[in-house]
Design a protein around this ligand. Structure first.
Ligand SMILES: C[S@@+](CC[C@H](N)C(=O)[O-])C[C@H]1O[C@@H](n2cnc3c(N)ncnc32)[C@H](O)[C@@H]1O
Length: 290
């Protein structure tokens, strides 16, 4: 994590949503907040990827292909999470590791909902500056700075006005891979203790994948050679879970899995082309209720 400028992977996935907006599965996916949250220099790569015209030179080409591939995975992941949120309209939504998530602004279903955006302090400071460019949120947004490796999630939430007696939807999207197993277990324990009956947990995680574990160091080496910035340089992946291990972990905290689906299957239900089938197969969205 870059303590001075916040999460670079949060910028990357926001760029990917901006690339997908209006292009991939437009009948189901829509994120007009993404481009507003990005800075002009971050929008250059977005426009290039949206144009469909590959740039000259293998460094820029690498960034172009990577962004388009990331956009492919972000669409089914976003749609599945949005659907899970809509299915249970709880009075509280907590977004863990919120990054540049625009849900509180773009989902009308969150009107009247107390939305708590939890994130690393440096990422959150960056988000707050960027979010000033958005129009009013649908729900009431409270920013809660928490470092999952050092702070107590439940204490920070309660101090921010979170009510433990109310059913809550927790969204944990694109964060689990960046935490160790011990950090994930501790965070899960804290959120389970703060979950009233009826609460829902939506987790996006990575299952073990040879393609991903070989592909990431290869992409890193290519970026270094072509002197391209690496959004993952300070945010390495630290954990992957089999569906069975994730199910067991959640069961230990009183959460029963309702659905656990890979991104490839989720994309198959949408009208969008898929090129990176293997990469989508290892990303998952799990929905569990208490
Ligand atoms: C890939 S981004 C995902 C952002 C957002 N959930 C999304 O899908 O657009 C990873 C997020 O995890 C957060 N994160 C990573 N490590 C963290 C930590 N130790 N404590 C709090 N947040 C952390 C980063 O700040 C960042 O916002």
């Amino acid at each position: 994590m870059d303590k001075t400028q916040g999460s670079r992977t949060a910028v990357l996935v926001c760029q990917a949503r901006a690339v997908a907006h209006g292009r991939l599965a437009p009948d189901r996916f829509d994120d007009p907040t993404a481009s507003v949250l990005l800075r002009p220099e971050e929008l250059v790569a977005v426009e290039q990827a949206r144009s469909g015209v590959p740039p000259e030179g293998w460094g820029p080409r690498l960034e172009y292909e990577f962004l388009r591939a990331t956009a492919e995975g972000l669409v089914p992941r976003t749609v599945a999470i949005d659907d899970a949120v809509r299915e249970r309209t709880h009075p509280q939504v907590v977004i863990l590791g919120a990054g540049l998530d625009g849900r509180a602004w773009r989902m009308p279903e969150l009107a009247g909902t107390a939305v708590f955006e939890v994130d690393h302090p440096s990422s959150q400071q960056d988000k707050r500056q960027r979010a000033a460019a958005l129009s009013s949120p649908a729900g009431k947004v409270t920013f809660v700075p928490v470092d999952f490796t050092a702070d107590r999630l439940d204490d920070s939430l309660k101090a921010a006005g979170y009510r433990t007696g109310r059913p809550t939807t927790w969204i944990w999207e694109g964060v689990v891979p960046y935490l160790t197993r011990a950090e994930i277990t501790a965070t899960l324990r804290a959120l389970a203790e703060a979950s009233a009956p009826g609460s829902r947990l939506v987790v996006n995680y990575q299952s073990p994948s040879l393609v991903a574990s070989l592909g990431r160091p290869a992409a890193r080496a290519m970026r270094r050679l072509s002197r391209q910035p690496d959004p993952m340089a300070r945010e390495p992946w630290r954990s992957a879970w089999t569906p069975a291990a994730m199910r067991e972990l959640l069961a230990g905290q009183g959460y029963a899995v309702a659905r656990d689906t890979d991104l490839l299957a989720l994309a198959g239900a949408l009208t969008m082309p898929v090129r990176g089938r293997r990469s989508l197969r290892s990303g998952r969205v799990l929905i569990a209720d208490r």
